[in-house]
Design a protein around this ligand. Sequence first.
Ligand SMILES: Cc1cc2nc3c(=O)[nH]c(=O)nc-3n(C[C@H](O)[C@H](O)[C@H](O)COP(=O)(O)OP(=O)(O)OC[C@H]3O[C@@H](n4cnc5c(N)ncnc54)[C@H](O)[C@@H]3O)c2cc1C
Length: 413
Amino acid sequence: MKSQADVVVIGAGIIGLCTAWQIRKRSLLSIVVVEQGISLGEGSTGASSAVCRHRYSYDEMVNLARDGIHAYRHWPHFIGTDQPLAQFQKDGVLWLVDGSNGWANKESKRLEKAGIRTNILDATDIKSRFPALNPCSLPPDTKCGEAHDCNDGTSYLYEVDGGYFDPVNALEDLRRALLGKKVDVRFRSQVQKVLTAGGRTRGIQLDNGSVIEAPCVINATGPWCNEVFQQLGLALPWSLKPTRIQILHLDRPVELIGDLPVCCDIVGGIYFRLQNRGQQIVLGSTLEEDEQEVVDNPSDFNRLIDDDFKQAKLHALHHRIPSLPYQGSVTGYCGLYTVNRDDVHPIVGESEITGFYVANGFSGHGFKLAPAIGAMLAKEITGESSDFDTTVPISFLAPNRIPLQLDVKNVLA
Ligand SMILES: Cc1cc2nc3c(=O)[nH]c(=O)nc-3n(C[C@H](O)[C@H](O)[C@H](O)COP(=O)(O)OP(=O)(O)OC[C@H]3O[C@@H](n4cnc5c(N)ncnc54)[C@H](O)[C@@H]3O)c2cc1C
């Protein structure tokens, strides 16, 4: 069977759906989204902590995060409905650092310059605003959980406009919005081949043999991206590795009083946030050493938590929230980052095959960036602007760029 479209998006994760939505908002191009899964959220997006923080090493990334998070903060407007399922949770983002070298002040200035509201908090502010948090600046003993004499830091960065989102509801909101604009999102549709001729994209072939002819195809397949590249024989100069990432869930105990922001605890090597109306804590790692387990097959990997990971992260969390009792159920799961081993930043843009676009290697940042990435690609493909455009040029993430220079190569890069 043969059909035609102007654009085929491969993958109905947050990148694919945001891109399809942004193209539709600016054009009447016919778009088909093909998804191999039977439902939404079967890739990285379904496992995402969906933390929306702005601080990045590069100013361009700060701006990109700002523009992506702006869409989540104005989701009803972005998605074109008064009653979306997903809602931005405005908990703010607190960076717990050792307080040295004026880091918080310096970063606050950078963020404010980009139009992102911040506060500088001291230890007393933290204790009064977030009474459960210990503002200690010393690293915890994550092996044995041995207590030390805590020592308050001097200053901490608080992102007023940060927070988190519900990733699966975001996907469902996007699917419904696309459906309302007559964009076909097809499940159980695995792309087996991207068709090309004479250096140009011609369409795709699905696993059932049917063909969709299209001059524009976008690879938004998350951790499966290399399968598409290999089939095409496209050798990109980037090492994009599906990487197993562990996440813990704890029920919030009654002992934990007051508000909790999203915490990027650099000192403890963890991040955490609330969910389920504040009744649960989601806990993950910020350490490069926890982003090393490359997975051969993104459809089949160990989704269970390692006991040593669990113990280490719980020790770090107990140091940060001393009132947390060492009891109660701790569950967890694993998902996949697609880590760009060269510079932990994504590659986005047209490849050397005309009409074949890549949006891959998001390395743990993709959720917050997705609306801005979608806008970037949509502007490039349609030539049209929209009210959710990003100020960051697509060349910043182009597949033929030089790797960015970074001090840290982890999720907080
Ligand atoms: C545990 C975890 C925590 C995270 N936390 C954060 C966070 O706090 N903040 C943040 O910004 N980011 C976070 N991320 C990263 C973010 O979630 C990802 O970067 C983002 O979801 C990637 O979206 P995607 O659409 O590229 O990929 P995916 O969500 O994986 O979507 C790709 C889709 O393509 C489909 N597909 C693959 N191959 C084919 C094919 N051949 N044919 C058809 N369909 C195909 C897949 O089934 C899948 O649905 C986290 C990720 C994980 C795993």
